[in-house]
Structure formats: structure tokens, C-alpha cells
Design a protein around this ligand. Structure first.
Ligand code: ADE
Length: 228
């Protein structure tokens, strides 16, 4: 898989991709993440990528031309499954969206800033818009990092224990059950007996019950029968 991220603040994306799982995934050749500085595609003398909004109003708008030039140069090299614009008014990111995108080959993620991008970018160049939640960030970079992380960790071979992504919260529509490690007792706070019993069937049953209990109390909206 390949993810190309277009941004006017490339340094914001340095650390998320240069540590831990995302770094290892790239080192193993399971994913290529390329960050493109939009300023390199600017056509004017000062290499600006934004301008005042037609009709007035506060805030700068990202210009279409540098974005188009950048996307064109990427598309000349390979075909892309999606050109995703990170935006608070996009489709809400869910685990099922991450699952779906993890099956794609090449993705472009465009990070917005200021008052957003010229609407013609959204009309003609973008195929999908994604929001990571109902709040406004300063720009799309952190959102693109979140979306990339949610996708990359699902790629086969990225996580050392291949089953662990399958047991994540949300993969079965439930949040994850509680987990414990040593010591079995700390300050009188005990690990549930069943987990120490060695009885695998009872343990699995307990985990399922806890996952259901937690989903109902914390995220009732995930239960379809309780949404109607
Ligand atoms: N850009 C600004 N806020 C955002 C959000 N919530 N999701 C995606 N991109 C954004």
C-alpha cells in the first residue's frame, strides 16, 4: 500500500510516521508513506498556497492550482483508489471505513488549513471527504495521521500478533473487554478469578460478557437494536 499526504505543513507529519508501528511497517516495506509539501507546487514568487476568499469573509482559502499540480504529478506516476480530503464536515471515520480503506492500493490524503480549500478542489479533484470527529482541528495533518494509523495497523504483517487487530474494540461491533497483567493482586485490588483459572471456555465467555456489558454502558449507540 502507498499513502501520499499533501500538506503545507510537512513537519507536522514527521513524528507520527517515524516511531513505533508506523515506522516498522514502512521499514518492512508493507506501506510507503510520502509527504508532499504543497509549497513546492506553488506557482507564484513567494510560494504561497492560500489567498483571500472571493466575496470577503475572515480567513484564507487554499488555492486550487498548487493542489491540482501536486495531485496531477502523483497521478502521472500511478493510479489512485481515492483522493481523500480531511475535513470536519466529511464522512465520520469508523472502524469499518478503516477496514475498507486498508484493502486499497494507493491513497492520497489532502490536508486542509485556514478556512479550507477552494470549493472546486472538492468538486473536481477529491473523491471522498473524511472527518475524524465532530470537532475542528487547526488543520488536516493530525487527522491524516490518525486515518493512516487506523489503516496501516490493519495491513497483514504490520502487527506482530496477527490476531490482535481482529480483537480490537469495534471489530465485532463491541468495545474491548478489560485486560489485566501481573501482579494478580495489587493493594488488595484483585484480578477477576476466572482469568487465573486456566479454563479457556469460561475465560472467553467472561470476555464476551464484559465486552457486551461495556458496550451497553459506555457506547449504547453501537448496539443496533437500541438505536431504533
Ligand atoms: N480538519 C480540521 N478538523 C478536522 C477533523 N475533525 N477531521 C478531519 N479533518 C479535519
Amino acid at each position: 500500500m502507498r499513502i501520499d499526504i499533501i500538506t503545507c505543513l510537512p513537519r507536522l507529519l514527521e513524528s507520527p510516521f517515524n516511531d513505533s508501528i508506523l515506522k516498522r511497517a514502512q521499514a518492512k516495506g508493507l506501506v510507503t508513506v510520502a509527504v508532499h509539501d504543497l509549497r513546492a507546487y506553488a506557482t507564484n514568487k513567494h510560494r504561497t498556497t492560500d489567498d483571500y476568499a472571493f466575496g470577503g469573509g475572515a480567513g484564507m482559502v487554499m488555492m486550487i492550482e498548487p493542489i491540482d499540480r501536486c495531485i496531477e504529478s502523483l497521478k502521472a506516476q500511478r493510479t489512485y483508489d481515492e483522493v481523500i480530503y480531511m475535513s470536519p464536515d466529511g464522512e465520520l471515520l469508523t472502524q469499518s471505513m478503516a477496514n475498507e480503506l486498508s484493502l486499497k492500493g494507493n491513497l492520497i490524503m489532502l490536508c486542509g488549513h485556514y478556512k479550507g480549500v477552494d470549493e472546486r478542489v472538492r468538486e473536481h479533484l477529491v473523491t471522498r471527504e473524511v472527518s475524524i470527529g465532530d470537532y475542528v482541528l487547526s488543520g488536516g495533518e493530525l487527522a491524516a495521521a490518525v486515518l493512516s494509523d487506523a489503516i496501516i495497523r490493519l495491513l497483514p504483517g504490520v502487527l506482530s500478533d496477527e490476531t490482535s487487530a481482529l480483537t480490537d474494540s469495534f471489530q465485532d461491533g463491541l468495545v474491548a473487554p478489560p485486560v489485566y497483567t501481573r501482579p494478580a493482586e495489587y493493594r488488595g485490588w484483585k484480578v477477576p478469578e476466572v482469568l487465573l483459572s486456566g479454563h479457556q471456555q469460561n475465560i472467553e465467555q467472561w470476555k464476551l460478557e464484559k465486552a457486551i456489558e461495556r458496550t451497553k454502558s459506555r457506547r449504547p449507540g453501537l448496539f443496533p437494536q437500541e438505536n431504533s
